[in-house]
Write a protein that binds this ligand. Structure first.
Ligand code: SF4
Ligand code: SF4
Length: 503
């Protein structure tokens, strides 16, 4: 059937500026640009353009302009252009609409409705350039109390403290699997995590054998498909994460198309080359908190109780009760992924309509764990739409121990959030396994860009801590008194546990 969906974008090539070097035709991963010998010019196929801006960035003459194709649809607030386009697409194919990256619908972003306090007259602020500011964070279970004993006349700690991981900045890289992203992306993330004293997360695709040397900076994931999970893998990470849910697609499994399963991905995932990697919606051995507890303790046994175990869930209704159960099941870290979290591929209907914002989920979970007296039993890592250091500070004040970033990290690597990762054609060499595209990302440069990003955020966090008059993140963690809400209704303020601005 011939598609009757108008192109999303128009690509204009300026005749006046173009020198016909043909670079743009090579840069476009989506084959939207070609050279016509007959007309001696560059021809754009608008229907293939995804606005990834690779051609625009690399055109030496600034000859390319990409515009949204706004005139294709008559304005309608109800049946918007995207609603009509999606109906037409489904009428063409009869299939599920797939998309990638995070929810981009105009739901409220509560981070932007929270403001941070600052010291003024009676409580002095601190100058972070002159005073040490502590961003170090320990991730893992903390004891309820400490007991000491005297051995040979010396005071010694009697309480056995479970495994904790020290991170130097309260930001870790979110789970992105090898297969959904390229080898060079994983290498960039690992090197940057090592440089910054933090963690990256393998996602559900296993750990390439080349990367075992980064083990102190890696969280290894154990998801429902168990791709790449074996004894050496579990012992190769600093922590293990059981992935139950993902913010972009709560309640459903994952699907890596066979085209992305090349030889290296197949070896790492332990699946045949070219076969679809489908992870089921549930773990087939988890149907209760008791089952989850069994898996947590099986993983602790397998790693001799040396590594903290995280359980990752999507932020959904009743998230506080879910996380309480997870902590009581023995998890050392609860990782909560909000509904703006990214993905390599997800059904549009799930990504845009299922789940809740991380701000509300985080506040509800921290509140519940405190009220139940078990907040110290697990660290909270949250993510799903963390965009800058301001979001990080607000998350810490709402109760997070650390945040995770996926989309922000990929943007630092060059991603333009064109939301076409599911096609495997990423022009920036990120969400693809095509060798001519993956070669575009230099892992050394990628690691440097990510390191710069985290260093920049660290400086900014220190500035804000100084303004708040505290010299460590620990003093801000869960301190909601230092936040105020603006433009929020009473119920939302109550859930967030903050006062309105002016109070
Ligand atoms: S890269 Fe720019 S100058 Fe070169 S052919 Fe394409 S549009 Fe023309
Ligand atoms: S990773 Fe690549 S395909 Fe995915 S949104 Fe970013 S630029 Fe687009």
């Amino acid at each position: 059937m011939i598609s009757n969906v108008p192109p999303e974008f128009n690509v204009d090539i300026s005749d006046r500026k173009c020198v016909k070097c043909k670079r743009c035709t090579k840069e476009c991963g989506f084959d939207a640009l070609s050279y016509s010998k007959e007309f001696d010019c560059i021809i754009a196929d608008d229907s293939k353009c995804v606005a990834c801006h690779r051609c625009v960035t690399f055109c030496p003459k600034n000859a390319i302009t990409i515009r949204e194709n706004q005139l294709a649809y008559k304005n309608n607030y109800n049946f918007t252009a995207s609603v009509r386009k999606n109906i037409q697409k489904q009428a063409n194919t009869g299939g599920i609409l797939l998309t990638a990256m995070g929810n981009d619908r105009p739901y409220p972003i509560y981070w932007d409705h929270m403001l941070i306090d600052a010291c003024q007259v009676t409580n002095p602020s601190i100058d972070p350039l002159r005073e040490p500011m502590e961003l170090r964070t320990y991730i893992g279970r903390k004891p309820d109390s400490l007991e000491f004993e005297t051995v040979d006349g010396k005071l010694k700690l009697k309480t056995r403290i479970g495994p904790n991981i020290k991170i130097d900045v309260p930001v870790v890289f979110a789970a992105m699997s090898y297969g959904s992203v390229s080898y060079n992306v994983h290498k960039s993330l690992m090197k940057a995590a090592q440089n910054c004293g933090t963690l990256m997360n393998t996602g559900e695709g296993g750990l390439h054998k080349d990367f075992y040397e980064y083990k102190d900076n890696v969280i290894v994931q154990c998801a429902s498909g168990r791709f790449g999970v074996h004894g050496d893998y579990l012992n190769a990470g600093a922590a293990i994460e059981i992935k139950v849910g993902q913010g972009a697609k709560p309640g459903i499994g994952g699907h890596l198309p066979g085209e992305k399963v090349d030889e290296e991905v197949s070896k790492t995932r332990m699946i045949p080359q070219g076969s679809d990697a489908i992870s089921p919606a549930p773990h087939h051995d988890i149907y209760s908190i008791e089952d989850l507890s069994q898996l947590i303790y099986a993983l602790k046994e397998a790693t001799e109780y040396k590594k903290p175990i995280s359980v990752k869930v999507a932020a959904v209704h009743n998230i506080a009760a879910i996380c309480s159960g997870i902590v009581r099941a023995g998890a050392d870290i609860v990782t909560i992924d909000g509904f703006r979290g990214g993905t390599g591929a997800a059904p549009l209907v799930i990504r845009d309509n299922v789940g809740i914002p991380i701000e509300l989920a985080l506040a509800a979970v921290d509140d519940r764990l405190r009220k139940e007296g078990i907040r110290n039993h697990a660290s909270i890592i949250c993510g799903g739409g963390i965009r800058h250091s301001g979001d990080v500070i607000k998350a810490i004040a709402l109760g997070a121990d650390a945040v995770m970033i996926g989309t922000s990290a990929l943007v630092a690597l060059g991603c333009r959030v064109c939301q076409k990762c599911n096609t495997g054609k990423c022009s920036w060499g990120i969400a693809t396994q095509k060798p001519h595209l993956t070669a575009r990302l230099d892992p050394e440069e990628g690691a440097l860009r990510l390191t710069n990003l985290l260093n920049g955020w660290s400086h900014e966090i220190q500035e804000v801590l100084g303004a708040l008059g505290v010299n460590s993140l620990e003093s801000l963690r869960g301190n909601r008194e230092r936040l105020r809400g603006i433009g929020l209704d009473e119920k939302t303020l109550e859930i967030l546990g903050i006062k309105p601005a002016g109070r």
